[in-house]
Design a protein around this ligand. Structure first.
Ligand SMILES: Nc1ncnc2c1ncn2[C@@H]1O[C@H](COP(=O)(O)OP(=O)(O)OP(=O)(O)O)[C@@H](O)[C@H]1O
Length: 341
């Protein structure tokens, strides 16, 4: 008979990662669902649904139910979660306990929505953990000491910047500017500068291949296909890394301002700790070339990208499953993590 498995879920805007205790990360799928418009039936969730984005015939819609780090389509989020939980728990007789990771700036209404979605999707109990805390644990930082650490987690829809000490968030800020907004900035730039219409997927591809936020030693370039806004026909344009840097300027400056404002609000002892420990970056968005160099140069604090940056939140959420039993006894209080059902 199957045992109950505790599950950790990083419910991200871009992707959902599921961690099963004792097994590690068992699922990593894009946060996308595809529906039959006429019947409302869920056709696919994850990678298969992702492939349908922008390519669906009239009766099928592909939706990203989480936008900007919050649940924008509650019903779809629940169905997507249910599908993923079903995939990982198979025919277990027992409902799993689930820890879901949420952005630190989330409102109580949004919190409730995440918990309800988890319960509706088949969880026995749902616990929440703040994203920066999970990210820090996943990055291998010992957060239990009275020692300040700064984590900059740049995901798809949100950038979370937090100062953590003694397992809690001391100062933090969350902005709805991250990897997706960089893609949008590329789309805008291409339209304005080259009169070329490119899709979101192309923009993301450009970001990953030639994008940078700090000058590269050698400028790279890439041929980009799109539709000419003047003729309506397909056209190819060569785009360089330095152009990408220009395209990213505005959203990246907003992220930098937010990092500065968190540092300004942080008590001096902790700032001193951070300048010794360095700043740690996590999340897929931190993989844009030169982000660590940019932060180092603008703050004067050494910045590094965590190993396996995109999985840190899921790994940390997974590791925190180990403390679930303590939590129920009320002996453990990791950050603001709450049990609400
Ligand atoms: N190699 C790469 N270079 C640049 N960006 C990347 C790379 N790999 C992934 N990304 C970007 O990382 C973002 C997704 O990051 P991640 O999976 O950490 O987000 P998430 O947890 O789903 O979102 P959120 O934390 O906002 O809810 C996407 O915008 C994606 O384009």
């Amino acid at each position: 008979m199957a045992m109950t498995k505790d599950i950790g879920i990083d419910l991200g805007t871009a992707s959902v990662l599921v961690y099963v205790k004792g097994k590690g990360i068992v699922l990593n799928e894009p946060s996308v669902v595809a529906l039959d418009k006429n019947t409302g039936k869920l056709l696919e969730a994850g990678a298969q649904a992702q492939a349908m984005l922008g390519r669906t015939p009239g009766n099928i819609v592909a939706i990203r139910p989480l936008r900007e780090g919050v649940i924008s389509d509650y019903d779809m989020t629940e169905r997507m979660l249910r599908e993923f939980i079903r995939k990982v728990s198979g025919f277990s007789l027992f409902k799993p306990r689930v820890i879901i990771c949420v952005p630190s700036g989330i409102t109580e209404v949004e919190e409730r929505a995440v918990i309800d979605a988890g319960i509706q999707a088949g969880a026995r109990k749902v616990f929440l953990i703040e994203e920066p805390v999970a990210a820090a644990i996943g990055a291998g930082i010992d957060i239990t000491q009275p020692d300040g650490h700064m984590v900059v987690d740049i995901g798809g829809g949100t950038a979370d910047i937090a100062v953590i000490s003694l397992s809690g968030v001391v100062e933090s800020a969350s902005i709805k500017i991250a990897g997706d907004q960089l893609n949008e900035a590329v789309v805008k730039y291409m339209r304005r500068k080259h009169n070329l219409l490119v899709g979101e997927r192309t923009a993301e591809d450009m970001k990953k291949r030639i994008g940078c936020v700090f000058p590269k030693e050698e400028d790279e370039s890439m041929d980009v296909k799109g539709r000419c806004l003047l003729t309506g026909l397909p056209r190819v344009v060569s785009v360089s890394s330095s152009e990408m840097m220009t395209a990213f300027e505005e959203p990246v400056d907003r992220i930098m301002e937010t990092i500065h404002s968190v540092l300004e609000r942080t008590p001096p002892e902790l700032v001193a700790d951070i300048s010794t420990n360095g700043i740690v970056m996590t999340g897929g968005g931190s993989l844009v070339s030169g982000f660590d160099k940019l932060i180092t140069s603008r703050t004067g604090i050494h910045t590094m990208i965590a190993e396996d940056a995109q999985s840190c939140v899921a790994l940390g959420t997974g590791k925190s499953l180990d403390s679930l039993n303590h939590m129920q006894d009320g002996t453990m209080n990791l950050s603001r993590r709450r049990q609400m059902n």
